[in-house]
Design a protein around this ligand. Structure first.
Ligand code: ATP
Ligand code: MG
Length: 179
């Protein structure tokens, strides 16, 4: 479902970098510190992750490329996820969906769906129940297997419900109750 990730100015990716995922398994190999974990973090970050523990940073600004040998720091981090929508899994009339997050040193965030500005909430609504959502299990980080195994029964249920595609209804129910 995830076809491509385009990273520019996020963590170690000072240069625009495109990573294409094939339908089968994609492995990322490289020496220590070469940016493998940063790729997974870029994906989570584009989906709205702000937890500094997960992003291994102290401040939100720390994800912006701070420069490297021969390369200047940049003022903005940008990650775009290209999702396949040829099966119309998402209710949008496009064969591909591009989700973009930008973050500026000033602290401003921007989100886009297919280049149109949107709210993070719109992205979450689009992705709920796809496994890529806010509490999605599609990206399982180090330590998360334990987190799921040792979670409370309520939390386990929530993981199962996301897998079963029930959160969409739960989200609507909560919205309706708010009104
Ligand atoms: P390992 O094999 O040890 O797990 P890895 O390939 O997963 O390594 P990462 O943790 O993804 O490596 O990348 C770490 C590198 O990212 C470090 O060299 C660090 O300096 C660099 N880095 C992190 N944040 C930034 C930033 N904001 N600007 C520039 N470089 C950064
Ligand atoms: Mg790593």
């Amino acid at each position: 479902m995830l076809k491509k990730v385009v990273i520019q100015g996020f963590k170690s990716f000072g240069e625009k970098t495109e990573i294409t995922f094939e339908p089968s398994i994609t492995g990322i190999v490289g020496p220590n510190g070469s940016g493998k974990s940063n790729v997974a973090e870029a994906i989570r970050w584009a989906l709205g992750e702000t937890k500094t523990k997960i992003l291994r940073s102290e401040r939100q600004q720390d994800v912006i490329f701070t420069g490297s040998q021969g390369r200047k720091p940049v003022g903005m981090a940008e990650v775009t996820l290209i999702l396949d929508n040829s099966n119309k899994h998402f209710p949008l009339p496009y064969a591909e969906i591009a989700i973009t997050r930008r973050f500026f040193r000033s602290g401003e965030s921007e989100f886009y769906i297919n280049k149109s500005p949107c709210r993070l909430k719109d992205i979450h609504e689009l992705l709920v129940d796809t496994g890529l959502g806010k509490h999605g299990y599609a990206i399982i980080g180090q330590g998360q297997v334990d987190e799921i195994l040792f979670s409370s029964p309520e939390e386990k249920r929530s993981y199962l419900e996301e897998a079963a595609g029930i959160n969409r209804f739960r989200m609507r129910e909560l919205e309706a109750k708010k009104k």
